[in-house]
Ligand binder design. Structure first.
Ligand SMILES: Nc1ncnc2c1ncn2[C@@H]1O[C@H](COP(=O)(O)OP(=O)(O)OP(=O)(O)O)[C@@H](O)[C@H]1O
Length: 644
């Protein structure tokens, strides 16, 4: 049974005005060119049936890892119910045969009594087993979801920074997040499918015994519905994938409307109405896609219903024919009707559950694929050891271009960062300073050239060790929505928290008074979205960020615009402190646009459009009269500063 042609799978075509204005164009993936289609969606009904055991197998493995005892209970209870159903049908057959036989009513009832008793016992045992299975499944499901979520988070956390910035990987992150809840539901559907299979097998067995022609007829009844269910599921999944970025954008708009950072502009500039209008437009596009899917599903279901009806008619016609030609007894025909009804009901339920299992499987496969990709993009483990206190860090003709861009952010940069000194990176916006720092920290690797920590090439270095040698405060350092204590201690998250180290780090960053003034001191929650949360100003956050980097006590400190939000006095104090660090042997790489603040740096490197244009001490650069000297004088004029 072939899958629908691609033409039928396209999502609604229009690009909304909102997509164009806010996001620069169409937010739909063209699934026709996607590898997903080939790899995972060319599934015929037969191929799907063949995959089923592997599918159930992988869920069972996950469930076994989650709770072996609960799994055993579920398996035993489901098997018991299946066997019970077969016994039940046979007993119904015997009871009917007894009831329809010759003799008085009392005799026939007496004859049928043992079989009726079996039917009753089977029903009671079945109910007990079903409740045992429900309890165990309820215990199992959340554990399976937790395991799958942990797997998702681990995969996401171990990849290179470039993967996180990659749109394709992001899409996978988006869709795979549903994998964990799908894994949870797969447990339920697996149980239901196994249960359904046993029930269908029981009905099929009874039907085959009654008359061999009845079994293929039963299958015929179920086929159209299976076809339609799988076709609809596949269409839905494909649509989900092609619309995933659109859905994310819609979600983003609704979040922007309520988030704190945007709240002021939302009100003063009237952005609320603007966002709401675009939210509505985006939602309308999504609704149009849902309508398209619903229409397609209705058509498919109608076709399936016609075939199911025809197959049912054929089945009952065959039964009537058998009765009329004497090919079947009346009592047997009675059981056959019951078995066909139960069997086709069971089959329909089975198909529905298989379909749900299939849909969930697609999302679990996304999670699998994420983990495969995460493996490919993973930050490698092990490597050359990185010196604990490097004498120098050298860039040798380093070039780097961000994935998806044409212009190199760094172009053949060669420079030296002497250990235990303050080195300033200076240059206009977009000249490559932050990129240089990211490469220095091992967050990106150079496309060409080498970065050497003494003799150790960063590309071959043990990256975990490299990260442990670096403390970082960048422009958009994370403002963790935790307590002040956690916000500083997170600088060294593996180490036990020491109060005196916290106080020292705070004093260093000029944050000691700030901490003392907080309502609960170090234990004050710095997230207004929680009850009792406290709001810090930008400059206060920056002090905490600096305290965090200080708390980490790594040999190399990378500070990117550390003082942009600080008042003049605090800025001066922070630079004093940073200079003092070099005195203690720490290497400091400092990015700032405040050139007066780097007058006391040991070395200044000036970048322009990704290239190194000047290097030297502040005095040398001023004397040289190049870009630094010009920028410095410009700023000095503004502040009426003297060169000295
Ligand atoms: N994650 C990224 N993906 C793609 N391009 C990037 C990324 N980050 C920076 N760039 C580009 O790389 C170039 C250098 O950026 P970088 O942030 O290193 O400059 P900078 O000197 O630190 O600028 P600023 O002074 O404004 O902070 C810019 O053209 C920027 O657009």
């Amino acid at each position: 049974m072939p899958w629908p042609r691609r033409r039928n799978l396209q999502t609604t075509d229009e690009t909304s005005e909102s997509e164009r204005l806010l996001f620069g164009g169409r937010l739909r993936y063209d699934m026709g060119f996607s590898r997903y289609e080939d790899a995972y969606l060319h599934l015929s009904l037969w191929a799907m049936a063949r995959r089923l055991p592997r599918l159930v197998g992988s869920t069972v493995r996950l469930a076994r890892a989650a709770d072996r005892r609960a799994l055993r209970t579920v398996a035993a209870a489901e098997l018991g119910q299946g066997i019970g159903q077969a016994f039940g049908l046979v007993a119904v057959n015997d009871a009917l045969a007894a009831l329809l036989s010759e003799g008085t009513t009392a005799d026939r009832l007496r004859q049928a009594l043992p079989s009726l008793l079996v039917v009753g016992v089977v029903a009671v045992v079945g109910a007990l087993l079903a409740s045992a299975s429900t309890a165990a499944t309820g215990r199992l499901e959340p554990k399976v979801e937790r395991l799958a979520t942990e797997r998702y988070l681990e995969c996401a956390a171990r990849v290179e920074l470039s993967a996180i910035e990659d749109a394709e990987f992001h899409r996978l992150l988006d869709s795979a997040q549903y994998g964990a809840s799908s894994a949870r539901r797969m447990v339920k559907y697996c149980v239901a499918v196994v249960n359904g299979l046993l029930a269908v097998a029981a009905a099929a067995g009874v039907l085959t015994v009654l008359h061999p022609v009845l079994l293929p007829l039963l299958v015929l009844i179920a086929l159209p519905r299976s076809w339609s269910a799988l076709r609809i599921a596949r269409r839905r999944y494909l649509s989900f994938h092609s619309m995933i970025e659109h859905a994310r954008a819609g979600h983003l708009l609704s979040r922007l409307l309520i988030e704190r950072e945007a709240a002021q502009e939302v009100r003063v500039h009237g952005v609320g109405r603007f966002l709401l209008r675009h939210f509505r437009r985006m939602s309308e596009s999504a609704e149009a896609e849902q309508t398209r899917l619903a229409h397609a599903a209705a058509g498919t279901e109608l076709v399936a219903a016609v075939f199911t009806g025809a197959a049912t008619l054929a089945t009952y016609a065959a039964l009537a024919g058998l009765l009329l030609t004497g090919g079947m007894e009346l009592s047997v025909a009675g059981t056959a009707v019951i078995a066909i009804r139960t069997g086709s009901q069971n089959l329909s339920t089975l198909v529905l559950q298989l379909n749900q299992l299939y849909e969930e499987m697609l999302f679990v496969q996304d999670l699998d694929r994420l983990c495969e990709d995460a493996e490919r993009f993973a930050i490698p483990e092990g490597g050359l050891s990185v010196p604990e206190e490097p004498r120098e860090i050298r860039f040798e003709s380093v070039s780097f271009t961000y994935p998806g861009t044409d212009r190199p952010a760094l172009d053949k940069v060669s420079l030296t960062i002497p250990g235990g000194r303050v080195v300033a990176l200076v240059g206009e916006n977009g000249s490559g300073k932050s990129t240089l720092v990211k490469l220095l920290a091992g967050l990106h690797l150079p496309d060409s050239g080498r970065i050497l920590w003494d003799g150790t090439d960063v590309t071959a270095a043990d990256r975990e060790q490299l990260f442990s040698r670096v403390a970082m405060v960048n422009q958009d350092f994370k403002r963790w929505p935790f307590t002040a204590k956690a916000n500083v201690a997170i600088g060294s998250p593996q180490a036990p928290i020491r109060a005196e180290s916290l106080d020292r780090a705070a004093a260093h960053a000029g944050a000691d008074e700030l901490i003392a003034g907080l309502p609960h001191g170090w234990d004050t929650l710095l997230a207004r979205e929680f009850r009792g949360g406290h709001q810090l100003s930008g400059g206060q956050w920056q002090r905490l960020g600096i305290a965090r980097a200080r708390y980490r006590t790594a040999p190399v400190l990378l500070v990117d615009e550390p003082t942009s939000a600080l008042d003049a006095r605090a800025e001066l104090a922070v630079f004093e402190q940073i200079r003092a660090l070099a005195g203690e042997g720490q290497t400091v790489v400092l990015i700032t646009h405040r050139l007066a603040s780097v007058r006391h740096a040991d070395v200044i490197h000036v970048l322009h459009e990704g290239r190194l244009t000047e290097s030297g001490s502040p005095r040398e650069l001023l004397d040289k009269g190049g870009v630094y000297a010009e920028l410095f004088r410009l700023q000095a004029c503004q502040y009426d500063l003297d060169e000295s």
